[in-house]
Design a protein around this ligand. Structure first.
Ligand code: ATP
Length: 709
């Protein structure tokens, strides 16, 4: 997430998608989810998809397992209670018997190897709450997750490549996105961070803490320290539910002395919070607020995935901080693996299908990874330059250091001369001492910098217990995994082509045979068409359900907001309230700001009548006593009353004698009219003056137009 050079030339590489289905939880077992719908074994695997509903499908209304993983084909079949089963294919699929070691060896190991070669990499776990994302990424004491495995892999590589010509620098950062705030999990106070940058040049987090590590164990300690600061809580679906999206960033810098080049690989290990439905998690209050933010960020992530998959000209990265952080990983300079976690119970059928659909869409995302060579922000280069500078400084200091005069005073020399030589001697000795201390300080600095770097040559600085045999073993595992991956790919290709080539390769002896065969093909096509139509209807239904869920969540949040605004209306002084409502969120500055010319007025003075203050209510009077000032939280000042009497305007002085008696008769009427005009004008002005002072609508009333975010 640090600012990196933009790719120069890049080959497109698709996002790899892996599905992992967890076993039934104890709770699900207790609720009777254990029953599994049987697949007829004599049928070909894909033909089973068109099986008519069997008697046990009646039990779909009761809880059953609905997921079947075809690991050898990278396919996941989901039993559909309403019609045909659904089948999705991925780069790999793992059922509940697969362990994280297998997933790591088969899918993640090659990606981490690329990071060690100077590429950016990202592994992120996605899925419904309680499906095993944290279990997959972090693991437990008994089952190590992908993150600690990656640490061990990195350090095994460094140890294996130990040579005096190669220097490594490994650093880690850990941030979480909680309630749309980016928090530094490695900083003491978990300070809030700002995402900087733009869509064009990439986003980055400049101020996040970066910890230099010298072993896998140190990295694990760093991760655990960060986890202690991470937001988690209990919901009805998960005892320890992550309430934030967490990103662990590992930066591996490698300098080759022979080529004088530095390669920088960055590995993002992301444990997303799970999507959740309020009615299932029973979230309320703070949990509800968290859930709303989690779902909002995941929805933005889904939109980005859809836009990238459809090659849309605009990809809405800016919509959330999560998508900004993951910009490079999705459609940018990175090799990426998405691990979609699902649960097997029919109770979660809708969420499982949604996750599988997103994962399927993500397969189409193309990234452009390039090797990061000699980027400007390489820390290793910085450290090397600093060490050079400090060494040169020591050298300069040594050269210009004063020499102590060793000549003892001669016996014939006068006493003053002897004293001055001795003084000079003492002065020089103290200067030398000072210089020595300073040089030692600089040497300490050099040592501290050098200690951060890992240089080979017998592996003296390395604390890693993986020996060469283990490395060879891991290499073999990787080869086996690679072969298995190719087998899955081949199998998928064969399955796809089997049907399409059947018609070409078949030779028919009779016309009837050909008709039968083609009728069968037609039936299959019709059934596929029916499937697609059903899929479209289901997608619409899923979309509607999601919309309803969002609306329900929105209603709950608005109710909560109304409650808070009501409290604010009752207790916050009006002037301050209107200012708060004018605040706008500035995405770039990541802060709430009062827009210019917002019309925010200073607190108006109390209205004054004929030079004297109007009478005030008892409470306001009481507040003038310093002892009771804090009690006057309510603004109970009386509103100024509109004028009830017209102002008297004296009649105009009597005109000179009129030349005509009729004109003289009209004069008093005109004077009266003049008075009327003046008083109307004044009363209008008074009205305007007062209306400017009338009470502004309350924040509660203004909900909907106010900049509430
Ligand atoms: N493959 C698995 N094998 C055994 N247990 C698993 C597996 N995956 C998940 N679990 C168990 O399921 C429970 C929930 O897992 P976890 O907390 O990792 O889910 P999550 O997806 O991270 O949830 P949230 O999104 O709420 O944080 C844990 O008790 C975990 O041990």
């Amino acid at each position: 997430m640090e600012k990196s050079a933009r790719p120069r030339t890049a080959l497109n590489e698709c996002v790899k998608v892996v599905v992992r289905c967890r076993p039934l939880s104890e709770k699900e077992k207790n609720e009777g989810h254990e029953e599994v719908r049987k697949v007829r074994p004599e049928q070909k695997w894909y033909e089973r998809l068109s099986t008519k509903p069997t008697p046990d499908s009646k039990t779909f209304n009761s809880p059953v397992q609905v997921v079947k993983v075809w690991a050898e084909r990278g396919a996941v079949q989901v039993y559909n209670p309403k019609g045909q089963d659904k089948l999705f294919t991925y780069d790999a699929a793992y059922d509940c018997t697969a362990d994280t070691q297998t997933i790591y060896d088969e899918m993640v190991r090659p990606l981490v190897a690329s990071v060690l070669d100077g590429f950016n990499g990202c592994v992120f776990a996605y899925g419904q709450t309680g499906t095993g994302k944290t279990h997959t990424m972090e693991g437990t004491a008994d089952h190590e997750g992908i993150i600690p495995r990656a640490f061990r892999h990195i350090w095994a590589h460094i140890e294996n490549n130990a040579s005096p010509d190669i220097t490594h620098l490994v650093s880690c950062s850990y941030v979480e996105l909680y309630l749309e705030d980016v928090r530094d999990l490695l900083a003491k106070d978990c300070k809030k961070l700002t995402i900087r940058g733009q869509e064009l040049n990439g986003f980055y987090i400049p101020e996040m803490t970066s910890v230099v590590c010298k072993s896998a164990a140190e990295m694990v300690r760093t991760m655990r320290a960060g986890n202690r600061n991470r937001a988690s809580g209990r919901t009805d679906m998960n005892e320890h539910s992550s309430r934030s999206h967490a990103v662990f960033l590992v930066t591996v810098e490698t300098a080759h002395r022979t080529t004088n080049r530095i390669r920088v690989g960055k590995l993002n290990l992301v444990d997303l919070a799970g999507s959740e439905r309020q009615r299932k998690t029973g979230a309320g209050g703070e949990r509800l607020r968290e859930a709303a933010r989690i779902n909002q960020a995941l929805s933005s992530l889904g939109n980005v995935i859809s836009a990238l998959a459809e090659n849309s000209p605009h990809v809405p990265y800016r919509d959330s901080k999560l998508t900004r952080i993951l910009q490079d990983s999705l459609g940018g300079n990175s090799k990426t693996i998405m691990i979609a976690n699902i649960g097997p119970a029919s109770y979660n059928y809708d969420e499982t299908i949604t996750t599988l659909r997103y994962a399927h869409r993500a397969k189409a995302i193309k990234n452009k990874p390039v090797r990061n060579e000699d980027p400007k922000d390489a820390k290793l280069r910085e450290y090397q330059a600093e060490i050079e500078r400090l060494r040169a400084l020591i050298e300069r200091r040594r050269k210009r250091a004063p020499r102590a005069r060793t000549r003892p005073p001669a016996p014939h020399e006068p006493e003053e001369e002897t004293a001055s030589i001795e003084n000079e001697h003492i002065l020089a000795a103290s200067t030398i001492e000072q210089e020595k201390t300073k040089t030692e300080e600089i040497e300490h600095q050099i040592k501290a910098l050098e200690e951060r770097l890992v240089q080979g040559g017998g592996g003296k600085d390395l604390i890693n217990d993986l020996n060469e045999t283990q490395l060879i073993l891991e290499q073999r595992n990787m080869e086996i995994a690679e072969r298995k991956k190719r087998e899955v790919e081949m199998q998928q290709k064969i399955d796809l082509e089997e049907e399409t080539t059947a018609i070409v390769t078949n030779t028919f002896t009779t016309l009837q045979q050909e008709v039968d065969h083609k009728t069968q093909r037609l039936k299959k096509c019709l059934s596929k068409y029916a499937c697609l139509r059903e899929e479209a209807v289901e997608q619409r239904e899923a979309h509607d359900a999601e919309r309803r869920e969002h609306e329900a969540l929105q209603a709950a949040l608005i109710a909560e907001l109304r409650r808070r605004l009501l409290v604010a209306d009752s207790f916050v002084p009006e002037a301050g309230r209107s200012t708060v409502l004018r605040l706008r969120y500035n995405d770039d500055a990541d802060a709430w700001e009062l827009p210019e010319h917002s019309g925010a007025e200073p607190l108006s003075e109390r209205p004054v009548a004929s030079g004297a203050r109007r009478p005030t209510c008892a409470l306001a009077l009481a507040s003038s006593e310093p002892r009771r000032r804090a009690h006057n939280l309510l603004d109970l000042r009386p509103l100024p009353l509109p004028p009830t009497a017209r102002r008297y305007v004296p009649p105009a002085p009597a005109p000179p004698p009129a030349p005509h008696p009729a004109a003289a008769a009209r004069a008093p009427v005109a004077a009266l009219k003049g008075m009327d005009v003046v008083s109307k004008k004044e009363s209008a002005a008074e009205g305007r003056r007062l209306s400017g002072r009338t009470r502004a609508p309350s924040a509660h009333q203004r909900l909907g137009t106010a900049g509430v975010r």
